[in-house]
Write a protein that binds this ligand. Structure first.
Ligand code: G3P
Ligand code: CA
Length: 255
């Protein structure tokens, strides 16, 4: 079931499968995304990098070492070359031959089934707006009619600015990771970045921030929580959404 991303009066927590159901399947792959839908998640989170020939692909790292049988930098390989890699064996032999998906493929699968958090990785962002990762990702979202069911986010605030310049008309979250900014309030942080939502690690979420986010009706999505007790605490404090590698656990806790 697709969550009402724009319905801020909804009291139900949005269940977000972080890199898919990544506790049980190789992260950012089709088996992980399919399992997330089957487990009852309402949104999948995925990471977007670019191939050498400029195709948005779904992959977290800037190098291939940890999550494929390849080596070197992702950006040095064309899509055709990346598609030959095994992105499943590192997790378990059972997933040998699992391929790195393109953003196009994942959105095609998700359309009509589940919302998507598209995290644009900093390494994929360039000054170039035209033909860059942000514009291309946005085009794919339009192609699959997913505008109302995507949440864009990035640690790279240039990506947020580009979404604004492109008049993206999608929900955009600032991904917080700069402790030096922790004294500032979220409603002040997001404004100059043209973001409408705020995402942070559960350890960063102070009472002061929570109060500010709720006072200003700012959707906030908290990562990455795999412990049932922590999930319960966050649900009770009224957060908008929770990222987890174990969507099945969150589904149960949220009931
Ligand atoms: O978007 C939340 C979270 O995924 C950000 O960190 O490193 O898991 O992409 P990372
Ligand atoms: Ca991510």
């Amino acid at each position: 079931q697709l969550p009402a991303l724009y319905n801020q009066t909804s009291e139900e927590v949005i269940i977000i499968a972080h890199r898919g159901a990544s506790a049980y399947y190789p992260e950012n792959t089709m088996p992980a995304f399919k399992a997330a839908v089957e487990m009852g998640a309402e949104m999948i989170e995925l990471d977007v990098m670019m191939s050498k020939d400029g195709v948005p692909i779904v992959f977290h790292d800037s190098t291939l070492y940890s999550h494929t049988n390849g080596e070197g930098l992702v950006k040095d390989y064309t899509l055709e070359e990346l598609k030959k890699l095994d992105a499943g064996s590192w997790f378990s032999d059972e997933f040998a031959g699992t391929r790195i998906p393109t953003l196009d493929e994942v959105l095609g699968f998700a359309a009509g089934k589940i919302a998507v958090n598209i995290e644009i990785k900093s390494e994929a962002v360039s000054d170039k707006v035209e033909g860059g990762v942000v514009e291309k990702s946005l085009e794919l979202v339009s192609k699959h009619n997913m505008k109302e069911h995507v949440l864009f986010s990035s640690f790279d605030y240039l990506a947020l600015e580009q979404l604004h310049r492109l008049k993206a008309d999608v929900m955009v979250a600032m991904l917080f990771d700069d402790r030096q900014l922790a004294r500032k309030l979220p409603h002040k942080l997001i404004k100059p970045l043209h973001a409408t939502a705020f995402n942070c690690h559960f350890r960063e979420l102070s009472r002061r921030w929570l109060k500010d986010l709720q006072e200003y009706n700012i959707p906030h999505f908290i990562y990455t929580v795999n412990n049932a007790r922590k999930m319960k605490r966050l649900i009770n404090s009224g957060v908008t959404g929770i990222f987890t590698n174990r969507p099945d656990v969150l589904v149960e806790v949220a009931q």
